[in-house]
Design a protein around this ligand. Structure first.
Ligand code: CMC
Length: 428
């Protein structure tokens, strides 16, 4: 018999079922609480609210554990490839050789986008932020593939939408950048692997054939793996909630891109570099900036620090810190802001304010330093995050649709006026 928990309020007791996950996480299923008692639960920012059950990603913030479909992130980052991880997240198992070949082949064959995309792009001013352009291009896939809007499409049809977005997103990302700097656009190269193809579209220029450095494409591949999923974060919850209204994959992913953009979420990687640059230009006094971060009257926060769920360390940050050292050495790049970042981290890890609040470097603290070493411009960093997070968004959208989850619709506690009569204009 399943366990029950008792909630007592106003002299009455109500029973709610306890749900237990495969890692022995316990949750109170309060869905019947309102019909039993008229009570709702209130949890700003959903800090302690499970919105769904999911078999995709396991995260234990206290112990710094992250696993995709049961596989530890450390092993995937070391041994797997982004495409293999994308398959794992979306379909639930690591692919066989044959499955991987087909998956890669389907992605290679779908990278081209309609020539009219050039006209769409030309409408964006060059000062547009790449995230806004990217989300618009993804939404506009619904115009080129209107069948994708049908929520009751066959599994084959859904799969085609998945292949298309996985394949076209690198093209959109690279074209967004090329358009911004006013350079001619490069077409996707079906003979290249995912990351090399993207880098080629980003950096190839007419007359000087761009040769993809394997150090660069491997580093990018690892970064994308580390960003590929992170259970019910802000953007993923947005994807699921958009999809819950029977929103299509493309509209849901586009919503996710917009949710990711903010500096408290994916936009942090860009904000970290801007912050480190400011500290450097200001003379490199890390203590002064730490004091600013601790001052409650100062809106400044140490970007790349802190996490809603990791309260010990972010396992992705550990892998990335080491990768940043390796990549910079391999590429022969020396970046003064890497030293500033390490100095800041050292001070923060020994500072009472940060220790008390369990604030540690997160995935974005060092990722921007690697992107910079790879030649990616700062305002494209969050686009890189979106490229990495895409398989996670797809997997979560697919799971939510396959589970036939109900439309997402939270409740609220109303704090406004009670009923009052309308006043005509001349009486106000
Ligand atoms: N610098 C200074 N103080 C901080 C920071 C920070 N980066 N992060 C949290 N705090 C303080 C905060 O002021 C609060 O203090 P107090 O208890 O005295 O009011 C306490 O720590 C708890 O913070 P919170 O805002 O309630 O925590 P949260 O779980 O709501 O926010 C966070 C998590 C990631 C939004 C936050 O830590 C933050 O703003 N970090 C900087 C932005 C950042 O790096 N974001 C990337 C997150 S990882 C990538 C991703 O998955 O999106």
């Amino acid at each position: 018999m399943s366990e029950k928990a008792k909630i007592s309020y106003g002299g009455k007791e109500y029973e709610v079922p306890v749900v237990v996950g495969t890692e022995n996480e316990h949750a109170l299923d309060i869905s019947s609480l309102r019909s039993q008692s008229g009570l709702i639960t209130l949890d700003y920012g959903y800090k302690n609210t499970g919105s769904t059950s999911s078999a995709i990603t396991y995260l234990d913030g206290e112990n710094g554990i992250l696993r995709y479909r049961g596989y530890p992130i450390e092993q995937l980052a070391e041994k797997s490839s982004f495409i293999e991880v994308a398959y794992l997240l979306i379909y639930g198992e690591l692919p066989t050789q044959l499955e991987l070949q087909k998956f890669e082949g389907d992605i290679r064959n779908n990278g081209m986008v309609h020539e009219d995309y050039k006209r769409i792009l030309s409408g964006f001013p060059s000062r547009s932020h790449p995230m806004g352009v990217l989300s618009s291009l993804v939404t506009s896939l619904t115009a080129f593939f209107p069948q994708s809007l049908d929520p009751n499409r066959s599994p084959e049809g859904v799969n085609l939408s998945i292949m298309r977005i996985l394949a076209k997103m690198p093209t959109f990302a690279a074209w967004t950048y090329k358009h911004k700097i006013g350079h001619p656009l490069n077409y996707p190269s079906p003979h290249m692997d995912y990351c090399s193809n993207y880098l080629h579209m980003m950096f190839n220029q007419p007359g000087t054939e761009y040769e993809v450095d394997p150090v660069v494409s491997n580093a990018l591949d690892k970064l994308l793996i580390l960003h590929a999923d992170h259970e019910q974060n802000c953007s993923t919850s947005t994807v699921r909630i958009t999809g819950s209204s029977m929103g299509s994959l493309y509209t849901s992913v586009s919503a996710g891109i917009n949710a990711l953009w903010g500096p408290l979420h994916g936009g942090a990687n860009m904000a970290v570099i801007e912050m480190l640059e400011n500290i450097r230009e200001d003379g490199g006094d890390t203590k002064k900036w730490m004091d600013k971060a601790k001052d409650k009257d100062d809106p400044f926060r140490l970007m790349g620090f802190g996490h809603r769920v990791y309260k010990n360390f972010d396992p992705r940050a550990r892998i990335i810190k080491k990768a940043a050292d390796d990549v910079l050495i391999k590429l022969g790049v020396s970046d003064p802001i890497l030293d500033i970042a390490k100095g800041l981290e050292e001070v923060a890890l020994n500072d009472e304010y940060f220790v008390e609040r369990k604030l540690y470097p997160n995935v974005d603290f060092y990722s921007g330093i690697i992107y910079r070493a790879l030649g990616i411009p700062v305002d494209m960093f969050t686009v890189m995050f979106a490229l990495g997070r895409l398989p996670g968004w797809i997997a979560q959208w697919k799971e939510m649709r396959e589970n036939k989850e109900p439309i997402g619709r939270p409740r609220q506690v109303y704090t406004g006026y009670n009923e009052r009569p309308y006043k005509p204009l001349n009486e106000r």
